[in-house]
Design a protein around this ligand. Structure first.
Ligand SMILES: Nc1nc2c(ncn2[C@@H]2O[C@H](COP(=O)(O)OP(=O)(O)OP(=O)(O)O)[C@@H](O)[C@H]2O)c(=O)[nH]1
Ligand SMILES: [Mg+2]
Length: 385
C-alpha cells in the first residue's frame, strides 16, 4: 500500500504510532552513535558537560599517515583493554594533513571522539639559531640510529617542547601517549587518569632503560648549567639521584616516553618551559639527537616531588622490542603476556629508581644500594633492529 497522508489518518495513525516512535528512536540512536570526526572540544565547559569523564583527558599521539596499520593495532588493544569502558577521546597530530583513509581507518575502531590536528611551522622546524653547516656535518657522521634524519630530530623536539602546547590539548588535564605498534596485554579495570588525579600524581611511566649515550653527550652539562642558574626550581624531595652520579654525571636512565600518562600542568609549568627553552637554545636537538624521553625524565626528576611519580607496573605493555609484563601474569589474571620474557622490571634503571624513591620518601629507612641486586643494564641500543 502506498504511503499517503490519507493512510495515516484516524484509526490507522494510532495503530502505527508505536512503530513510528520506534523508528524515530532507532534513527536517533544510529545518528548519535555514528563516528564523529573532528568536532573540536572547544571549551572547558564542554568537557565538564561530559558526565562520564571526571577527568579532562585524552589518548594522544603524533603519527604519520603511513603509520595507519600500526596505529590501528594499538587502538584496537587500547579499546579492548581499557577505553571501550571509559570512552576517552583520542587526539592525533601530524606534520602534514591526515588523509581521509587515515581518519576513517582510525575512527572505525572506536566510538570515542577522535580529533585530528596539524602542526605549525614553529613546532616542526629548525630554529633560526641553528648553524646549518655544523648540523649537516653532524648528520653525515652520526653513528647512532636515526642519526642522519631531520624528521626524527624534529619529532623529538616537538614531543619535548610543543606537543603539550598544541591547541587541541589546551583544555586537557592529562594525556596518555601512545604510538603505532605498541601493545597492551592486561585488562585495565580502573581509570589511570582518575587514579593519578586523586593522588596528585603528575607523571606515570611503565618502562625505564638507558639511552644511547652518543645522542645526549652534552645534555647533562646543559641541564646542570640550567640548575645552577635556577636552583630554586629543583624540588626538595627530587629524584635526581636516580639519574645522576656525582662523579660520572648522567647515566642515561630514562622513562620511555612512548608510554607516559602525564598531568599536563607539569609540562605547561613555567619551570618546564624555561628548561625546554634553555635546551632548545643550546641546539642539542640538532647538533646531537636529544630525545624527548631523557628530557621528560630529567625534568620529572628535577621539578617533581618523588611522590608525584608513579610506576604503572601493573600495565602489561610492549613497544618494539621491549616487553613489560607483570610478574606472574602469564599464568593468572587477565594479562596475555609471557612474564618470563620481561626483563625490564629487573633492569638497572628500574631497580635504581625504586631504591632512590624509597630513600627520598622514607629517609629513615635503610637505603638498599648495597643489599638490593642492581639488575641488568637494559639499554635502548640493545633493541635496535
Ligand atoms: N607526523 C610524523 N610523525 C612522526 C614522524 N617521525 C616519527 N613520528 C611519530 O613519532 C612517534 C615516535 O616515532 P618512532 O619512529 O616510533 O620513534 P622511536 O619509538 O624512538 O623509534 P623506533 O624504535 O623506531 O620506534 C611515533 O608515533 C611516530 O609515528 C614524522 O616525521 N612525522
Ligand atoms: Mg616508536
Amino acid at each position: 500500500m502506498a504511503c499517503s497522508a490519507r493512510y495515516f489518518h484516524r484509526r490507522n495513525f494510532w495503530k502505527h504510532l508505536p512503530i513510528l516512535i520506534i523508528g524515530v528512536l532507532a534513527g536517533y540512536l544510529v545518528a548519535y552513535n555514528r563516528p564523529r570526526i573532528q568536532q573540536p572540544i572547544a571549551t572547558v565547559a564542554e568537557y565538564n558537560n561530559m558526565p562520564q569523564h571526571s577527568v579532562r583527558a585524552a589518548i594522544v599521539a603524533l603519527v604519520r599517515n603511513s603509520d595507519l596499520f600500526g596505529l590501528r593495532l594499538a587502538i584496537r588493544q587500547i579499546e579492548d583493554r581499557f577505553n571501550r569502558k571509559f570512552q576517552y577521546p583520542y587526539i592525533f597530530l601530524n606534520d602534514v594533513p591526515f588523509t581521509e583513509e587515515f581518519k576513517q581507518g582510525v575512527q572505525a575502531l572506536t566510538k570515542a571522539e577522535v580529533q585530528f590536528g596539524q602542526l605549525d611551522d614553529e613546532s616542526w622546524g629548525i630554529p633560526s639559531w641553528i648553524d646549518l653547516d655544523k648540523y649537516e656535518q653532524v648528520k653525515q657522521t652520526a653513528q647512532y640510529p636515526h642519526g642522519n634524519k631531520d624528521s626524527y630530530r624534529k619529532m623529538c623536539r616537538f614531543q619535548a617542547g610543543y606537543l603539550h602546547r598544541h591547541p587541541l590539548l589546551q583544555y586537557l588535564e592529562y594525556y596518555w601517549r601512545i604510538e603505532p605498534d605498541v601493545e597492551y596485554y592486561c585488562d585495565i579495570e580502573y581509570d589511570p587518569f582518575l587514579f593519578m588525579k586523586q593522588r596528585g600524581i603528575k607523571y606515570g611511566w611503565n618502562i625505564a632503560m638507558t639511552e644511547f649515550m652518543d645522542t645526549i653527550k652534552t645534555l647533562w652539562n646543559t641541564t646542570s648549567q640550567f640548575i645552577n642558574k635556577n636552583p630554586h626550581l629543583v624540588a626538595d624531595r627530587n629524584m635526581l639521584e636516580w639519574l645522576v652520579d656525582r662523579d660520572s654525571g648522567y647515566g642515561g636512565c630514562h622513562f620511555w616516553s612512548n608510554f607516559e600518562i602525564v598531568d599536563l600542568s607539569f609540562y605547561q609549568s613555567q619551570a618546564y618551559q624555561q628548561y625546554f627553552d634553555y635546551l632548545d637554545k643550546a641546539g642539542g636537538f640538532f647538533y646531537e639527537r636529544w630525545g624527548d624521553a631523557p628530557i621528560h625524565s630529567l625534568a620529572a626528576a628535577m621539578f617533581l616531588d618523588a611522590s608525584e611519580i608513579h610506576y604503572f607496573n601493573d600495565i602489561g605493555y610492549f613497544h618494539p622490542s621491549v616487553l613489560s609484563c607483570p610478574k606472574g601474569a602469564s599464568k593468572q589474571g587477565t594479562c596475555v603476556c609471557d612474564d618470563t620474557r620481561s626483563f625490564v622490571q629487573d633492569g638497572h634503571c628500574t631497580v635504581r629508581y625504586k631504591q632512590v624513591r624509597k630513600k627520598v620518601l622514607e629517609p629513615g629507612e635503610p637505603y638498599g644500594v648495597h643489599d638490593v641486586h642492581s639488575g641488568p643494564v637494559i639499554m635502548a641500543e640493545a633493541y635496535v633492529g
